[in-house]
Design a protein around this ligand. Structure first.
Ligand SMILES: NC(=O)c1ccc[n+]([C@@H]2O[C@H](COP(=O)([O-])OP(=O)(O)OC[C@H]3O[C@@H](n4cnc5c(N)ncnc54)[C@H](OP(=O)(O)O)[C@@H]3O)[C@@H](O)[C@H]2O)c1
Length: 276
């Protein structure tokens, strides 16, 4: 099974469609089932014989992640690829159900929790693809990266921080999973014409006309993921038609190992534990 998070979104839907074109079985993991259902139905009508499922997953809600993991156990889920595509760039300061700042809570902590919960279900030779971004170069990470940060909230800065933490987690995950014969890579889709890049400001209609036609289409961005799935490489970032090693500034970052433990301890206080 190919598990795609945020499969009802711009890039996620196109990844799902391309997987179905290749006769893969796909599990769409989506936050809002009412919103996702028409897309699920549309894909079902395009690929009537496909094995396509839709499960609820809110990465900003630890109970939702636990429920998903319990269902995975009951259904004996076998994951060939975990495509961590879902992400958010919250315009204003908001919090997840469990009281973490939303952008960090979803883009990193939700992905961290979900990925670790899914490790027992990864098949031999499976891969995990985490969606990073060029903004990791703008991010910074300190020991208090999970602190709330309501003061001076600036969405792009918080988004960049969250994607940098995600990248550092990806590097550590790769180190831990390679001995289990599981590949781990980053995906950098580029600047893509989806809801993510909307600034939710008065000038959006102008940028929609002068900017959006010239940036990547979601179906082209999805190709980057397809290339990563086809490859046998691990520890790389797939970007455009190329793949590169994890960047040195991230590989040498002093927070790499700490992120794993700080997150685990924080989650333990919320009664979340792991069996991996
Ligand atoms: N677009 C770009 O230029 C760009 C550049 C670099 C990286 N990326 C990354 O690419 C990935 C896909 O983004 P996109 O451009 O396709 O954006 P998008 O159209 O906004 O799609 C985002 C997807 O993530 C889902 N999501 C948001 N919060 C969630 C949560 N709490 N739990 C589960 N799912 C959640 C959304 O679900 P709902 O519909 O329910 O909100 C949606 O399906 C993201 O990780 C993004 O950071 C995008």
């Amino acid at each position: 099974m190919y598990l795609v998070t945020g499969a009802n979104g711009g890039i996620g839907t196109e990844i799902t469609r391309k997987l179905l074109q290749q006769d893969k079985s796909v599990l769409m993991a989506c936050r809002n089932l009412t919103k996702a259902m028409p897309i699920f139905e549309q894909l079902k009508s395009e690929f009537p014989s496909a094995e396509l499922q839709l499960w609820q997953l809110d990465l900003g809600n630890l109970t939702s992640i636990e429920t998903f993991a319990a269902k995975a156990k009951t259904e004996n889920l076998k994951i060939e690829a975990l495509i961590n595509n879902a992400g958010v760039m919250s315009k204003h300061y908001t919090e997840t159900t469990d009281g973490f700042e939303m952008t960090m809570g979803v883009n990193f902590l939700g992905v961290y929790t979900f990925t670790r919960k899914m490790i027992p279900f990864l098949a031999e030779g499976a891969c995990v693809l985490n969606t990073v971004s060029v903004t990791t170069t703008l991010g910074s990470v300190k020991e208090n990266f999970l602190a709330k940060g309501a003061k001076n909230y600036f969405r792009l800065a918080r988004y960049s921080d969250s994607k940098l933490v995600l990248l550092l987690f990806t590097i550590e995950l790769e180190k831990r999973l390679c001995e289990k014969n599981i590949r781990v890579c980053g995906i950098d889709p580029g600047v893509v014409n989806t809801g993510m890049i909307s600034m939710q400001r008065w000038f959006d209609p102008i940028t929609d006309i002068v900017f959006r036609p010239f940036i990547k289409r979601p179906e082209d961005a999805a190709e980057v993921t397809m290339r990563a799935l086809k490859s046998s490489l691990s520890g790389r970032i797939f970007r455009g038609t190329k793949n590169v090693p994890f960047p040195r500034y991230a590989k040498n970052h002093k927070m790499i190992e700490k992120i794993w433990g700080i997150s685990e301890n924080t989650l333990m206080q919320k009664n979340i534990t792991f069996a991996d």
